[in-house]
Design a protein around this ligand. Structure first.
Ligand code: GLA
Length: 330
């Protein structure tokens, strides 16, 4: 049995998924593969990239307590899927760990398929989202797991996190995507993420679902922090819509500008950027052929994504990534 699941990069729409908003990630041509054979009373995996072995009993009770750290994601999947037989195999991956390319989502999705999950990409993503939450304690949204499960070659994915629909949006051949690591580990990502999510829920308690709220609605929120967090979400949803339209219409400069606006909103209203990420975005924007750049994923360090004209991604440094198909058994 061999299952493969890609990492993802988010082009636009961050900190919108967990309030039922819009996101536009793409699965990338870097993936995690789990190969092996069913059998035994535990899921036992070795990794060719990271130390230690995952040995997860089928009745694992608390995935967040499992060691080594990467085995928690395996344990999260086991706890959600509850396979009747174990598995013994190997994990291979070229998704950089902890860089913001959703290495954990790729691992969860590949493990779930290898352990026999049989169903639609959305059901697979939901199971793996719950696995991630159990493993890490972070109340993440569905974007990462759904991008990995439902990727489409050559396309970004416009995901509506209320309707849970995925609309593939073709990436024109005239653009490339580069991902550059800031060199900063994602510090405080867990606790700060949960705090941001809580503020968004507070805002929704005042004005109703942020997905349906307007800028005027959120301007009436008294608490200045809750107001700014909600303003980011409302304006970001609109940017995702306009970005998808710009891609469809081939308006690449506009798409690039929307990415920069997204970064500014994440920096000033949502406050999940860092001086290192801001400086990296500025540096990339000064390179010829770069249409736009922004932090990608949760923030607090990690990666910047850049949209460039064809042929310019290599000048940016980092990884040039291609939009790829989603997870599958091979
Ligand atoms: C992390 C989470 C996602 C999403 C992003 C921010 O990657 O796992 O669900 O919330 O942060 O957009």
């Amino acid at each position: 049995m061999r299952a493969i699941a890609p990492g993802r990069v988010n082009l636009i729409g961050d900190h919108t998924d967990y309030t039922g908003g819009l996101v536009l990630p793409m699965a990338i041509d870097r993936a995690t593969e789990v190969s092996g054979e069913p059998g035994g009373a535990a899921v036992v995996l070795e990794s060719t990239e990271v130390e230690g072995r995952a040995v997860v009993p089928l009745d694992v009770a608390d995935p967040s307590a499992v060691e080594p750290g990467w085995a928690r994601y395996v344990a999260g999947v086991v706890a959600e899927l509850r396979p009747v037989t174990g598995f013994r195999g190997v994990v291979r991956s070229d998704v950089a760990v902890g860089a913001g390319l959703s290495s954990s989502a790729a691992l969860e999705v590949a493990v779930a398929l290898a352990l026999g999950f049989d169903g639609q990409p959305l059901a697979l993503a939901r199971l793996c989202q719950r696995a991630e939450q159990r493993a890490s304690g972070v109340p993440c949204g569905i974007m990462d797991q759904l991008a990995s499960a439902a990727g489409v070659d050559g396309h970004a994915l416009l995901i509506d996190c209320t309707a849970l629909t995925v609309e593939p949006v073709p990436l024109p051949p005239s653009v490339e995507v580069a991902v550059v690591h800031s060199g900063e580990e994602r510090a405080l990502a867990g606790s700060a993420y949960a705090e941001r999510r809580a503020r968004c829920e507070e805002a929704a308690g005042i004005v109703g679902p942020l997905r349906d709220a307007t800028v005027d609605d959120v301007a009436a929120i008294d608490d200045p922090i809750v107001r700014r967090r909600a303003r980011h979400v409302v304006t970001e949803n609109e940017r995702v819509r306009r970005f998808a339209d710009a891609l469809w219409g081939g308006r690449l400069d506009e798409a690039g500008r929307l990415m920069v606006e997204s970064h500014v909103s994440l920096r000033d209203d949502f406050e999940v950027s860092t001086p290192g990420l801001d400086a990296l975005v500025e540096r990339l924007l000064a390179i010829d052929g770069v249409l736009g750049a922004r932090l990608t994923g949760a923030g607090f360090g990690g990666c910047v994504v850049a949209l460039t004209r064809a042929g310019a991604a290599a000048d940016v440094g980092g990884w040039t990534v291609r939009a790829s198909a989603g997870a599958r058994v091979i």
